[in-house]
Design a protein around this ligand. Structure first.
Ligand code: PLP
Length: 420
């Protein structure tokens, strides 16, 4: 593998102070054979600028939150105005109620919602709530499904982690993962079998309705309906992790697009408009178990933070116009068509992966059979050409409204010059 060996001064400083030099492992880019992460000093629209002065066409877009591109003027202005009034109060604000209204209006399953600061926190809290509501302990997740890095969810957790109830990271107690059952995605029989075996003790099935942390893998027809039926039959709650799909594959997320309504929904990324904000919500009778309405404890000093709610609102309010999704769909479809000659493209709305594979990728096992060395070579070539793809085969491209025909054209030209 071609590995950049000359380390910048900034990276050397980072390595001395921060483990691996990064605050989140996917930024390290080791999966694509690059030793030094990108240090970004700014972004505008579909482009970022690095500390070493490169201007890159960005398909990663902070891993999904930036539906309107970098430094979107309306978002920046909303955050600026909010900051002038104070950055945090640790008290209730009107903007939290307004953001809750937007979320409840958009997402079919959500009657009540609580705001938190990260997707990890939202997924962890949703499962605590599901366990309290059902008075059961076990949860069922899909291999390669990522729901943040809470202990119980770090079993076979996809892209960043790669691997029945076996912790995927040292430091996760066996006990914390022991109640986590893992079955393959898009495998209704395996889910049914697990529910049969553990159904009486099963609190929840948690699933990314469109898997996006093993690369983008759409649900097979009837798969989500089957999970819904299994939950109805066993009394387990169906939890959709829509941190990526929410407000992206449709305003109401995958549950709107596929017409399957979960009991609880986990949101993140777009909902915070690029600031640290996430949420979980669902049926009122379940949500009302949360303190102070009920006994299930969950809290956050910066939850519903004024800057984050301002950013979220500035984005979500614009999503009421159906034209936004028609436009994203059209752009993403063109991108799909243009990428198709270079690999296997799997796409749902403005969410897609270019797999180095011949056959369809239907689950984590299929994804792991992809030619990751080839993907790394393609990634490095495109980076040299000024195009920043996701630095892992198991991640997604996140087109925004700032990605137009020029950006697609530049990407295709760069791909065409790949000789590998
Ligand atoms: C990103 C992601 C999370 C975790 O969100 P963080 O804000 O990074 O903690 C959870 N679930 C899914 C599906 C994600 O893509």
């Amino acid at each position: 593998m071609a590995v950049l060996t000359q380390r910048s001064e900034l990276y050397r400083r980072a390595l001395e102070l921060i483990p691996g030099g990064v605050d989140s492992p996917v930024r390290a880019m080791r999966a694509v054979g690059i030793d030094e992460p990108l240090f970004v000093r700014g972004g505008e629209g579909a482009y970022i600028e690095t500390e070493d002065g490169r201007r890159l066409l960005d398909w990663v877009m902070s891993w999904g939150p930036l539906l309107f591109g970098h430094a979107d003027a309306e978002t920046v202005e909303a955050v600026r105005e909010a900051a002038l009034r104070g950055t945090s109060f640790g008290a209730a604000t009107e903007a939290e109620v307004e953001l809750a209204e937007e979320i409840v209006d958009a997402v079919p399953s959500v009657e009540k919602v609580r705001l938190v600061s990260s997707g990890t926190e939202a997924a962890m809290s949703a499962l605590r709530l599901a366990r309290a509501f059902t008075k059961r302990d076990r949860i069922l997740k899909m291999a390669g499904g990522y729901h943040g890095h809470a202990d119980a969810l770090l079993a076979s957790a996809g892209s960043g982690v790669m691997t029945l109830g076996i912790p995927a990271s040292p430091g996760v107690p066996t006990g914390a993962a022991a109640d986590t059952i893992v079955v393959p995605y898009n495998h209704p029989e395996a889910a049914a079998e697990a529910v049969m075996q553990h159904g009486e003790g099963l609190a929840a099935i948690i699933v990314e309705p469109v898997a996006a942390n093993m690369g983008v893998v759409p649900p097979d027809p009837d798969y989500l309906e089957t999970l819904r039926r299994l939950c109805d039959a066993s009394g387990a709650l169906l939890v959709f992790d829509e941190v990526i799909t929410g407000f992206r594959v449709a305003r109401g997320g995958a549950q709107e697009r596929y017409g399957v309504v979960p009991d609880l929904t986990v949101l993140g990324k777009i909902v915070g408009g690029g600031l640290p904000l996430a949420a979980f919500g669902g049926r009122a009778e379940i949500m009302d178990l949360l303190a102070p309405a009920g006994p299930v404890y969950q809290a956050g000093t910066l939850a519903g933070n004024p800057l984050a709610t301002a950013a979220g609102l500035s984005v979500l309010r614009r999503l009421r116009a159906p034209a936004v999704y028609a436009d994203l769909e059209r752009r993403a479809a063109v991108l799909e068509e243009c990428l198709a000659p270079f690999g296997r493209v799997q796409r749902v709305g403005a969410l897609l992966t270019l797999f180095m594979a011949d056959d369809p990728v239907r689950n984590f096992e299929d994804a792991q059979r992809c030619d990751t060395a080839r993907y790394g070579a393609v990634f490095r070539h495109l980076l040299e050409q000024g195009v920043y793809l996701p630095p892992s085969q198991f991640e997604a491209l996140f087109p925004s409204t700032a990605h137009g025909e020029d950006e697609i054209e530049r990407t295709v030209v760069a791909l065409e010059s790949f000789a590998g």
